[in-house]
Design a protein. Structure first.
Length: 67
């Protein structure tokens, strides 16, 4: 997935959990996404994901949030 389609404030699914993107940064290893956990298991957890290592899927803003 192109990292330029992921913007702060958007929702994503990574490792079967929902996250709110706080920031994106271009690094030597590719885009780095900093996100805040939204779903129950990761709520209030901050995590960083490299798009080269993790499958990052954007949430459809037209769909109701499950969190």
């Amino acid at each position: 997935m192109p990292a330029d389609t992921i913007a702060p404030g958007s929702g994503v699914v990574v490792r079967d959990e929902e996250w709110l993107v706080a920031a994106t940064e271009e690094m030597a290893d590719g885009p780095l996404i900093t996100a805040q956990g939204l779903s129950e298991l990761v709520r209030e957890t901050e995590e960083r994901f490299y798009t080269r290592l993790d499958a990052v899927h954007p949430l459809d803003p037209a769909e109701p949030a499950s969190w």
